[in-house]
Design a protein around this ligand. Structure first.
Ligand code: GAP
Length: 513
């Protein structure tokens, strides 16, 4: 099945099973804004807990905060967001559709990558096990031609971005003959900068009202609180501050479901270090964050680092952790060495001394900062994409199953009485009343057992137990494993010990140490 179709299925699966709904659905939705349903909120909370605990529980030098969404507007002047938090946009004059110029060019780069991938796959099929990919890539004429064009485009694009050269971005679009996907024409406007921050007014009187912004990142709430936390928490460098919260960006092009939203959630951690030590810490955090992702078992080959061609105005090193979505490798997390830019700017704009006194060195300095910043929604999407599975079973029957990591699954155990009578529902309720203190259980008595299994498979429940007449006599149930569909008879008294460990975030966290 084409990856595009797989993605469409995932989007409709998310709606059908209570994971994600379009915002304001009965009013036909609101562009790039989504609501999480009864299953989605559980998965999202589990992702957040996994992240939070991995930061705050596992590191005795990292603490959390929860800062306000509204902040003093000067903060955004100091951080550079008022002047430089822009995307280059371009309009097609025929379709009147607006695009990000950089995204159009990156899509073109991906097309070259696709062509190369297809050539390599074709050759792999033809030559079988004896296929030497490296040799093929360096000798095949067509691959070399695509690669040369790609590299030249990449070099030209990176230069234009670094020099903020909007005319050159437009020229690249013209030279590459990139067309509007709607009108099919190359009738493009100039490229212009567009600021992504939402603003509103605070205060009631017209002369007393102040223009404030909805934060486009949670990080600034950490920077302006760093000294409060350092002093009250008696933190010594190196130390970190973690935060989970909403961020808002007026994205020009809303695309790919919850991948690019106008209201989304970030999990950010700023790690304050001695000047000169930042690149060592940058590498440490790169490694730690990749390990956190891989521990979920979604497949190591689905991750890669992508080092930035154009560094943000605040960074001296930056990389993305990309995940292979059905629409290609895409950024899920950014790791940035932000230098002392933000703290120095806040010192300058606030006029307050926010230097750190290092008792070991007996000197004051502005700390350097390593940031890890991951979008909850993108993480959610990557988990969904990797877990969605359509399987053909023996006998030709098919099932849709979400093979979610057990620790993240919204429901851990489905409890199903074989029939709705003879005391079986009461026994099933008894089991839930015992286990619900340990993990999330769901009771279901409607339809055949087979249909109920399918419903639990579709929401990703790792275990189901069936309560039958025999249960009333021997206090045993049949447990069914989601992925293997294997069934076994176990004592009710053993259920907690069989399941709790496998579905707990704690066991996932233990793999990180
Ligand atoms: N404080 C640094 C910062 O905000 P970023 O690379 O702009 O860096 C960090 O964003 C992460 O936030 C991204 O890797 C992505 O997961 C998430 N993110 C950014 N914009 C988003 C959007 N419009 N919709 C959903 N997630 C987004």
């Amino acid at each position: 099945m084409a990856q595009e179709d797989v993605f469409k299925k995932i989007v409709s699966h998310c709606k059908e099973y209570g994971y994600v709904f379009p915002s304001s659905d009965i009013y036909d939705g609101l562009g790039a804004v989504y609501d999480y349903g009864q299953m989605g909120v559980e998965l999202k909370n589990n992702i957040k807990k996994y992240w939070w605990d991995s930061m705050v529980l596992l590191h005795d030098n990292i603490v959390g905060i929860d800062s306000a969404i509204f902040m003093h507007p000067t903060i955004w002047k100091a951080s550079g967001h008022v002047d430089a938090f822009n995307d280059p946009l371009i309009d097609n004059k025929d379709s009147k559709k607006r695009y990000r110029a950089d995204v159009l060019i990156e899509d073109q780069l991906a097309k070259y990558d696709d062509k190369i991938k297809k050539e390599v796959e074709k050759a792999h099929k033809k030559f079988g096990d004896s296929f030497d990919e490296a040799e093929y890539r360096s000798t095949n004429g067509r691959v070399i031609e695509h690669q040369t064009k790609r590299d030249a485009l990449h070099q030209r694009y990176a230069k234009a971005l670094n020099e903020n050269n909007l005319d050159e971005l437009r020229q690249i679009i013209i030279d590459e003959e990139i067309v509007c996907p709607i009108s099919g024409t190359k009738n493009w406007t100039e490229v212009r900068q567009f600021n992504l921050m939402f603003s509103t007014e605070m205060g009631s009187t017209s002369d007393g009202a102040m223009k404030v912004f909805l934060r486009p990142e949670t990080a600034q709430g950490i920077f302006v609180n760093y000294l409060n936390v350092q002093k009250t928490g008696r933190m010594k460098i190196p130390f970190g501050i973690a935060q989970i919260g909403k961020a808002f960006r007026n994205e020009i092009v809303a695309r790919q479901f919850i991948f690019r939203m106008r209201e989304f959630e970030q999990m950010e951690m700023q790690y304050f270090v001695r000047p000169g030590e930042e690149l060592t810490w940058f590498n440490t955090w790169k490694e730690q964050r990749l390990k956190w992702h891989k521990a979920l078992g979604l497949g190591d080959a689905k991750y890669r680092f992508h080092d930035h061609d154009k560094l943000a105005h605040y960074a001296n090193a930056a990389t993305d952790i990309e995940f292979e979505m059905p629409f290609g490798f895409k950024e899920v997390e950014g790791i940035h060495s932000r230098t002392n830019f933000d703290l120095s700017q806040h010192e300058k704009f606030s006029g307050k001394n926010i230097k750190y006194f290092d008792p070991e060195l007996n000197e004051s300095y502005t700390p350097y900062v390593i940031e890890t910043s991951i979008g909850v929604d993108r993480m959610f999407l990557s988990v969904m994409c990797a877990s969605y599975c359509e399987e053909t079973l023996e006998g030709g029957e098919t099932r849709v199953v979400l093979k979610l990591p057990a620790a993240l699954a919204p429901v851990k155990l489905g409890v199903l009485p074989l029939v709705k009578k003879d005391g079986l529902p009461e026994k099933a309720r008894e089991i839930i009343n015992e286990l619900k203190f340990h993990f999330n259980c769901q009771y279901d008595e409607k339809d055949s057992i087979g249909k109920r299994y399918r419903r639990q498979d579709a929401i990703g429940t790792p275990y189901c137990v069936t309560v039958d007449h025999q249960t009333l006599e021997d206090n045993c149930v049949t447990i069914r494993h989601r992925d293997t569909m294997k069934q076994e008879r176990v004592a009710i008294s053993d259920l907690n010990s069989i399941i709790a460990d496998k579905v707990s975030i704690t066991s996932l966290l233990k793999t990180l140490i």
